[in-house]
Write a protein that binds this ligand. Structure first.
Ligand code: OGA
Ligand code: MN
Length: 313
């Protein structure tokens, strides 16, 4: 993805950081009528802030897709399909919802809590960005929270850093982030033999060039070459560090919000909400690269936003 350094100064939008470690809000953009400078602003801001809130949108699915195509390559994940969505007119748009029609869910992830994860880490080439557009919201609950894996890596204690140097974790593909068994899979009895790809624990972001911790999701994760007890203890220690409150920010949704996050350097989770309430989000997902660590000196320097944060502490 290229970025444009010269954003015209006449651009009326404003970018406001939302939390110490990550997140920014862009006001003054209409995504159904956005020019190339606006797209360049969004792409730059995504790399700078990892999570971007663009409020106040009114978008049809074709408009959402047209916008998404200008941000990156849209991905359609067969694993993410649910029955009710097969007949959907726009397969690029995945519905995240607890609403049922004729007894069938119209979307994925229901109304329960969704545990910390990075989208599609169970694939060889996980997603780069994911996008949610808020169409219908419950009166309370259903907040989505994000954690900076640039900051988690930058602040990992030296002994843990040394232990994960060159280490890979297997990312189990059996369950989704709501803990539901994916179709065609059977329950995991041993993480060592569970199906899923190996990814490095530390990955270099392919566009910013900075290193980030990459944990994917906790259930059935396994660290290559270790006895299961050792693997469990090490992965537990990494998770205890990575989801500390100072790395995180929670978004309380408003109708019309578009939120885009970078799965290569943040994890996210969702609070549960009242099953009687309705929540409908339209979601896009963007193809990404195979995670890898480049190992150059530049990658070891913290991302500028994290550097700024650490130097103020
Ligand atoms: C997702 C996801 C959280 C939410 O769509 O990948 O984790 O807030 N959603 O619904
Ligand atoms: Mn997710």
């Amino acid at each position: 993805m290229s970025t444009t350094a010269n954003i015209p100064s006449a651009d009326p939008c404003t970018i406001t950081p939302l939390a110490p470690a990550l997140g920014a809000r862009i006001d003054g953009l209409r995504l159904d009528a956005i020019d190339d400078a606006g797209i360049a602003t969004i792409r730059r801001a995504l790399l700078d802030h990892s999570v971007l809130l663009i409020p106040g949108q009114t978008l049809t699915d074709p408009q959402l897709i047209a916008f998404g195509r200008r941000i990156g390559d849209l991905d359609v994940s067969p694993l993410a399909y649910v029955d009710g969505q097969r007949e959907r007119e726009h397969p690029e748009v995945l519905i995240v919802s607890n609403v049922k029609r004729d007894g069938q869910p119209i979307g994925v992830l229901g109304d329960a809590e969704v545990v910390w994860h990075s989208d599609n880490s169970y694939r060889e080439t996980p997603l780069s960005y994911s996008l949610l557009y808020a169409v219908e919201l419950p009166p309370s609950g259903g907040e989505t929270c994000f954690a900076s894996m640039y900051l988690a890596w930058a602040t990992l204690p030296a002994d843990l850093k040394a232990r994960v140097d060159g280490l890979e974790i297997k990312h189990d593909m059996t369950y989704n982030s709501a803990g539901v068994l994916r179709r065609g899979f059977s329950h995991v009895t041993d993480p060592v033999t569970a199906p899923g790809p190996w990814h490095p624990v530390v990955r270099t972001h392919p566009e910013t060039g900075h290193d980030a911790l990459y944990l994917g999701r906790r259930p059935n994760a396994y660290a290559r070459g270790l006895a299961i007890e050792e693997s469990e203890a090490l992965i537990d220690a990494l998770w205890a560090h990575a989801t500390g409150e100072r790395f995180t920010w929670c978004h309380r949704w408003q109708l019309g919000d578009v939120l885009i996050w970078d799965n290569r350097c943040v994890m996210h989770r969702r609070n549960g909400f009242d099953p009687e309430a309705r929540r409908i989000m339209h979601r896009l997902q963007f193809t990404g690269d195979r995670p890898e660590r480049r190992g150059e000196a530049a990658a070891r320097a913290p991302h500028p936003r994290i550097h700024g944060l650490l130097s103020r502490e």
